[in-house]
Design a protein around this ligand. Structure first.
Ligand code: GDP
Length: 425
């Protein structure tokens, strides 16, 4: 059985916690897209961790963790992350890395930083992890696949070609030092030595696992609204954030994915630039930001303050639909307990017309939120285990959102820990 855990919104919905929680029942956890640009926060018996590259199953010694072909493989970050969890007492994880994954090169990160600097105020708010240059090169067919590390002649030839191409931009466009083919070769050889123990034909491995009836969890990064095709283009990421891409980024058949758990946060948050219709500002935002998540809404990778806003039914319904939700996990609900009234965005007003279906970006940029205000519950709900024991107004909030989404909320997360979870129905 293959399940996917993915985000409905802009990311940071609490997928790490849900994956970690469901992980206990899984045999294999797979990352299938994205790179070290976002982080999952996980709180468990070993401490609090922000994972950027490792799959969330690394804290269970019965789980095999897999980095699929769709991932932007940042080898130094991966190796550091393994060392860092081991140093906190976590047993060395079982890890497999696809021989078809592409390698994040140091020049990808440099190009990312140079471009953000060039764009200045118009920048994308990139984490400068090299993601856009990396995926551009992958699809321009000038990336390095893990398998290529083991063909020395190919590497020696390819580094010359790459340096030649990259140096045109570096020299004439960015006015930065040129790449030397020997340096690129050395970088790749160092990567080869580090990654060799983990390299695997992941698609074949997963095919066998599926046939043996193993439980496989696909772990998505970011959320539907950051998808390059269906998100708020161009303020999106550079690999697909949808569950559908799990099939491609892990190398399994699309019909193998039977359960799609879409994680939706009880309010909204976003990092980076781009339309965010239900965003709030000033004091209301500051309070929600400080109370949000587990210790405030600040980026797991960058520490940047996240933008925050009210729950957005329009964006979330769209996100659940594009992900193909079989169920919704509604998270971080405990945080809203301080509010006496909770506004919810139920529509977008664009040029005098109210929409409830998510529009394309150029229209989205004009949208103003249509808010409906629900009563708050003003109570601490952490520690509650049964749905019936939640305060009446809290259940009302959940059921209101569920109706607007049109997808069943089956899990409610009321705290950052693994066991802070309520099953509904
Ligand atoms: P991800 O990228 O989707 O995994 O999201 P984050 O790593 O940004 O997780 C969101 C933050 O919320 C983290 O600090 C989590 O520990 C925390 N968190 C997750 N679920 C809950 C919850 O139900 N309540 C609270 N208060 N915090 C949560």
């Amino acid at each position: 059985m293959v399940k996917a855990v993915v985000g409905a919104n802009w990311g940071d919905e609490g997928k790490g916690k849900i994956t970690d929680m469901l992980g206990s029942a899984a045999d294999i956890v797979v990352r299938y897209q994205g790179g070290a640009n976002a982080g999952h926060t996980i709180v468990n018996q070993y401490g609090k961790f922000a994972l950027h590259t490792l799959p969330s199953g690394v804290f269970y010694d019965n789980i095999t963790n897999v980095i699929g072909n769709g991932v932007a493989l940042d080898i130094p970050v991966l190796i550091d992350e393994i060392a860092s969890i081991i140093s906190k007492g976590v047993p060395a994880p079982k890890l497999l890395v696809s021989d078809r994954a592409h390698i994040m090169m140091s020049y990808h990160k440099n190009f990312d930083a140079y471009e953000e600097e060039r764009l200045g105020k118009k920048s994308f708010g990139s984490t400068k992890s090299g993601i856009a240059p990396f995926y551009s090169d992958k699809f321009a067919k000038i990336g390095f696949q893990v398998s290529e590390l083991f063909d020395d002649d190919l590497l020696k030839e390819k580094v010359i070609k790459i340096a030649e191409m990259k140096n045109v931009l570096l020299t004439y466009f960015y006015h930065r030092p040129a790449l030397q083919p020997e340096d690129l070769y050395k970088e790749l050889v160092a990567y080869r030595q580090k990654i060799e123990p983990f390299v695997c034909d992941v698609s074949l491995y997963l095919d066998k696992a599926i046939k043996k009836g193993k439980d496989i969890l696909l772990e998505g990064q970011l959320g539907a609204l950051k998808d390059p095709d269906h998100g708020i283009y161009p303020m999106v990421t550079s690999s697909s954030t949808l569950a559908a891409y799990g099939a491609i980024g892990a190398g399994i058949p699309p019909y193998a994915i039977q359960d799609i758990i879409v994680v939706c946060k009880a309010y909204s948050s976003a990092v980076g630039a781009g339309a965010f219709v239900s965003e709030i500002f000033d004091e209301a935002a500051e309070t929600l930001r400080l109370r949000g998540g587990d210790g405030g809404e600040f980026g797991a990778t960058t520490g940047r303050p996240r933008r925050v806003g009210w729950f957005d039914c329009v964006a979330s319904r769209y996100g659940c639909r594009l992900q193909g939700a079989t169920e919704v996990a509604f998270t971080v609900l405990d945080v809203l307990g301080y509010l006496d009234e909770i506004p919810v965005c139920v529509g977008y007003e664009i040029d005098g017309e109210v929409l409830t279906d998510f529009p394309v970006t150029h229209r989205l940029n004009k949208a103003k939120p249509v808010l409906e205000v629900l009563p708050g519950w003003q109570e601490e709900i952490r520690g509650i285990k049964d749905y019936e024991n939640l305060p009446k107004n809290c259940r009302r909030y959940i059921e209101f959102v569920e109706e607007k989404l049109g997808f069943p909320i089956k899990m409610i997360s009321n705290g950052p820990n693994r066991d802070d979870i309520i099953y509904k129905r």
